[in-house]
Design a protein around this ligand. Structure first.
Ligand SMILES: [Zn+2]
Length: 330
C-alpha cells in the first residue's frame, strides 16, 4: 500500500512541481562498490556493494528522469559562475575500488553520465584495502571466541551480532589513527583474531593506470585521504598531511590538478570540523563532499557539501531524489 502511494505521488509529478519552486539544486549521490555478485566480497566490503543490475537501472533512471551533471559544473554553480539544469544529479564513488573502473564506468560511459571517483591513496600505492574492509574481514572470518579492545574490555565473538559489535568498536578505535600507527593497530587485531587478510585482496583497489583512463574518459578523480581516518578525530597536522600528500601523489600520477576531496566516514561522528574545512580551502581543494544528507544549493560552502547515500533499489533511489528535490529528505 505504502509503495502504491509512493508510486502515485512520484507518477503525478507533484513532487517535481514542488521542487521547481525551491530554485535550482543538485543531488550529489554517493556510491562505493558495484559488482556482478555483491555476495562475493561481502566479507571485506559488507553492505556497501551494489549489484551491477541495480546500478544500471539506477543510472538509466538518472539519465532518463534527472540531469546528470559534473561536479566541476556544480562547483561553478554554487559559486554563482554557471547555471545547472533542473534536477541536476552528480554521481560520486568513495574509496577507489577496481569495480568502479571495470563495472561502473562502462555503464556510466554508455549512458553519458559523468562521475567523480575518490581514491584512498596509500591503499592504491600499497595495493591493499582500506582498513575498515580489512578489519571487517578479520572479525567476520575469525575462529576466535573473544577479542579485547584497547580499554581492556572483552568482546565475545560467538555469533554474527557479537562479531559486528566488536568490529564496530574496533572501527571507533582505528578511525582515530593514521599511517604506521593505524597499520600496527590492524596488524594487532589480525594477530589476536588469528586471521591474516589475504594479500590478493589488494587487487580490489584501482591502480593509477585505471584512474588515468577514467580521467581520459571525462571523469574526475579526487582524494579520499591517504589512509582513510576520521578527519575530525586526528590532530590538525595529521589531517593536513592526509589532505596535502594525497593531493600531491594523485597530481604526480595523473598529471593534472586534483581539486576534489571526500571525507571518509568510517566511524564516530562528526567526520569533519570547521578546522578541516578551513584547511581544505587553504590547501587548494575546490570542493569537499561529506556524508551529511542533503542537496547542494547556490551559496553553500563548496568545502562541506552534502550528499545522498546510494539506495538498494531503483525505486528507493527515485523516491529519495524526488523527496529531496521537493524539499523533504528521506
Ligand atoms: Zn570511504
Amino acid at each position: 500500500m505504502k509503495d502504491l502511494i509512493k508510486r502515485t505521488i512520484v507518477g503525478s509529478r507533484l513532487l517535481q512541481a514542488a521542487g521547481r519552486l525551491r530554485g535550482p539544486s543538485a543531488a550529489i549521490l554517493m556510491y562505493h562498490s558495484v559488482m556482478e555478485d555483491p555476495g562475493s566480497q561481502e566479507a571485506y566490503l559488507g553492505e556497501i556493494i551494489l549489484s551491477q543490475k541495480v546500478f544500471r537501472q539506477q543510472i538509466e533512471l538518472l539519465a532518463r528522469r534527472f540531469r546528470p551533471t559534473s561536479l566541476d559544473q556544480v562547483e561553478r554553480f554554487i559559486n554563482g559562475k554557471a547555471e545547472i539544469p533542473d534536477r541536476a544529479v552528480v554521481v560520486t564513488f568513495d574509496d577507489g575500488y577496481t569495480d568502479n573502473y571495470e563495472i561502473a564506468a562502462p555503464v556510466l560511459n554508455e549512458l553519458g553520465v559523468p562521475a567523480t571517483f575518490y581514491a584512498t591513496v596509500e591503499c592504491v600505492d600499497r595495493r591493499m584495502l582500506p582498513w575498515p574492509a580489512r578489519l571487517r574481514f578479520c572479525f567476520r572470518k575469525t575462529k576466535q571466541k573473544r577479542w579485547t579492545d584497547s580499554s581492556g574490555k572483552v568482546w565475545p565473538l560467538s555469533n554474527k551480532p557479537e562479531r559486528e559489535g566488536a568490529f564496530l568498536r574496533a572501527c571507533d578505535e582505528c578511525c582515530q589513527l593514521t599511517g604506521a600507527v593505524q597499520e600496527k593497530y590492524v596488524a594487532s587485531v589480525a594477530n589476536e583474531l588469528d586471521n591474516q587478510v589475504p594479500v590478493d585482496s589488494g587487487a580490489l583497489m584501482m591502480n593509477y593506470d585505471q584512474m588515468r583512463a577514467l580521467v581520459r574518459q571525462g571523469h574526475i578523480v579526487g582524494s579520499h585521504t591517504l589512509t582513510h581516518p576520521n578527519m575530525a578525530y586526528v590532530n590538525s597536522d595529521v589531517a593536513r598531511h592526509e589532505m596535502i600528500e594525497s593531493k600531491r601523489r594523485l597530481e604526480q600520477e595523473l598529471g593534472n590538478p586534483v581539486l576534489h576531496f571526500a571525507y571518509p566516514c568510517p566511524a564516530l561522528s562528526p567526520h569533519w570540523t570547521e578546522g578541516t574545512v578551513a584547511a581544505s580551502r587553504e590547501i587548494g581543494y575546490a570542493t569537499a563532499v561529506t556524508t551529511n544528507g542533503g542537496l547542494a544549493r547556490q551559496g553553500d560552502d563548496t568545502l562541506r557539501l552534502k550528499r545522498i547515500g546510494s539506495r538498494e533499489t531503483v525505486e528507493a533511489l527515485q523516491w529519495s531524489l524526488e523527496c529531496a528535490f521537493a524539499g523533504h529528505l528521506r
